[in-house]
Design a protein around this ligand. Structure first.
Ligand SMILES: Nc1ncnc2c1ncn2[C@@H]1O[C@H](COP(=O)(O)OP(=O)(O)OP(=O)(O)O)[C@@H](O)[C@H]1O
Length: 225
């Protein structure tokens, strides 16, 4: 069963008198333990799709389902909770806080949670991404690939069901990009998360379970690897 699903989703933006149809009836799903990559040219609607999957926006038409529940049935509090704990985000430019150590950056999204030893869990996640010897380093003391590993560890701190990755290799050279993709491939199974990645990077397609090609707001092709 898909943990996140879009059914015949249309998204229109109103720009003054102009209406832009960014998604024109998109069907999409991602399961736990699976990586789905959305690829397409600039302006094809990838970010729009990611915003809907991340519950950061709502469709103009169609249905978004999370764990088989229609998102329109969620209360504001439930939506906030899902965004905070159900979904982890990884960005092209890492979004780490420069004054904080790797451990503190990883802990940050769980600051409200008093039920766990956050420090311990953050260090455990950093160990899992191979950074046990960098826990006390600040971002300026880390390479690009190491920063992205910290960001991946941070995205997992609240044990999300879905990890959304927006151009995760966009700021990395090819070799480093590959190690990050290997890391994500390993983690999707270990952590049992659905990974939805958006990219221009064709090298990602070697690592993904399924590729969705988006062109001008329409899914042109779905390829399973
Ligand atoms: N808030 C907005 N208001 C108006 N139009 C928008 C808005 N956001 C996106 N669009 C338009 O919707 C279309 C899809 O944009 P989107 O950002 O989803 O594309 P993308 O595939 O992510 O592009 P890129 O790879 O360049 O980031 C584009 O034509 C864009 O100009």
């Amino acid at each position: 069963m898909s943990v996140i699903e879009l059914e015949d989703v249309v998204k229109r933006y109103q720009n003054g008198a102009e209406t832009i149809e960014a998604l024109k009836g998109v069907d999409f799903g991602a399961k736990r333990g699976e990586m789905v990559t959305v690829i397409g040219p600039s302006g094809s609607g990838k970010s729009t799709m990611l915003n809907l999957i991340g519950l950061l926006d709502t469709p103009t038409e169609g249905i978004v389902r999370l764990d088989d529940r229609e998102v329109t049935d969620f209360s504001e509090d439930e939506l906030t909770e899902e965004r905070r704990t159900g979904i982890g985000f990884v960005f092209q430019d890492f979004h780490l806080l420069p004054m904080l150590t790797a451990t503190e950056n990883v802990e940050l999204p769980s600051m409200w949670d008093t039920s766990v030893d956050r420090h311990e869990r953050a260090n455990e996640l950093l160990r899992r991404v191979g950074l046990d010897d960098r826990v006390n380093h600040t971002p300026d003391q880390l390479s690009g690939g190491q920063k992205q590993r910290v960001a991946i560890a941070r995205s997992l701190i609240n044990e999300p069901d879905i990890l959304l990755a927006d151009e995760p290799t966009g700021n990395l050279d090819q070799d480093t990009g590959e190690t990050i993709l290997e890391e994500l491939t390993r983690l999707k199974e270990q952590e049992n998360v659905a990974i939805v990645a958006v990219t221009h990077d064709e090298q990602m397609l070697d690592y993904t379970d399924s590729t969705v090609r988006l062109v001008d707001g329409v899914i042109q092709e779905v390829t399973r690897t």
